[in-house]
Design a protein around this ligand. Structure first.
Ligand SMILES: [Zn+2]
Length: 132
């Protein structure tokens, strides 16, 4: 069970929603500026998207210009989904709790601090840093 208070949860939803809207309008501008007919059509879908996933609409369009925004959108929508199912502060690796402090610093975190650190270690972490 989630141990976040209703107030905490409401605040996270507000933050995530706000960022989702920012990304939505930023992406809309980019799609419209492209002048591409297909992109314009997509822009309409993005504008009118309600609860459906904006990231999914754009998944085939991960050009480098919008890739980062789509990736962030994906994380935000996943976080909102996790809030909806009551697993927002549950680590996807170990099932432990993600601390409020960690979520506060990174509202789309899906792993507890320990699991995240382990993951980064596995990816090479320090070893990839060029030692000058
Ligand atoms: Zn964990």
């Amino acid at each position: 069970m989630s141990k976040l208070s209703e107030r905490d949860v409401a605040q996270f939803i507000e933050r995530l929603d706000k960022r989702r809207e920012e990304l939505r309008w930023g992406l809309l501008d980019k799609l419209k500026d492209s002048g591409d007919k297909n992109y314009l059509e997509l822009a309409g879908q993005v504008r009118d998207a309600g609860d459906e996933s904006i990231a999914d609409l754009l998944i085939d369009l991960s050009t480098s210009a919008i890739e980062r925004e789509v990736e962030e959108l994906k994380q935000i929508e996943e976080a909102l989904r996790r809030i909806g199912s009551g697993t927002y502060d549950t680590c996807i690796e170990c099932g432990g709790r993600i601390s409020l402090e960690r979520l506060d610093a990174n509202p789309t975190a899906v792993r507890c601090k320990e699991c995240q650190a382990r993951l980064e270690d596995m990816r090479g972490g320090k070893d990839l840093t060029p030692s000058l």
